[in-house]
Design a protein around this ligand. Structure first.
Ligand code: PNS
Length: 158
């Protein structure tokens, strides 16, 4: 079984995330989407809401499962027998940050990190930008799954 993890905060999932998850699902036997429980960071959606959203928008991929985790990502990988992390790279500054994280994670545990270039259609996209645009009434359709679009409108303008 070739297993990988796609980790993140997913607050909320964007079409950029979904593209990386879908492409990983075509390459690997099992993809675990791991949602970080971060008590230090305030979020728009709770971890359980994010998990429910992720499960809904990935339901067409039979080899994708969604889990939450806290602590170190490499510990989650070890506990679940996952040898590699997939990270999407949008721009060079992402690589700068992710390279150090990948090297650190490898040093800590031997868990590998595989970089996947983001679809250029989404290279400008992030969850925080999506939230900011939606908060001020901008149109985020096409940038996030339809379900997320609907939930953002409900939550931010509700
Ligand atoms: O979507 P994000 O917020 O950019 O995702 C970041 C995430 C969850 C992948 C990263 O913060 C992470 O792996 N956190 C877990 C703690 C950890 O393992 N840190 C690295 C070693 S210091």
């Amino acid at each position: 079984m070739r297993r990988v993890v796609c980790p993140g905060s997913f607050d909320p999932i964007t079409n950029g995330h979904l593209d990386i998850i879908g492409r990983s699902a075509r390459l690997y036997d099992e993809v675990t989407v791991a949602v970080l429980i971060n008590v230090e960071k305030s979020s728009l959606f709770t971890v359980d809401e994010r998990i429910e959203i992720l499960q809904t928008v990935t339901k067409d991929f039979s080899n994708v499962t969604v889990r939450k985790f806290h602590g170190l990502l490499v510990d989650f990988c070890k506990q679940n027998d996952i040898p590699a992390i997939v990270k999407g790279i949008r721009v060079v500054s992402d690589f700068d940050y992710e390279l150090q994280m990948a090297q650190l994670n490898y040093r800590l545990s031997g868990v590998e990190t595989l970089f996947m270039p983001t679809n250029p259609e989404y290279s400008f996209l992030s969850s925080s930008r999506v939230k900011e645009i939606a908060r001020y009434g901008g149109d985020v359709s096409g940038l996030v799954p339809d379900l997320v679009h609907k939930l953002l409108i409900e939550r931010l303008r509700g």
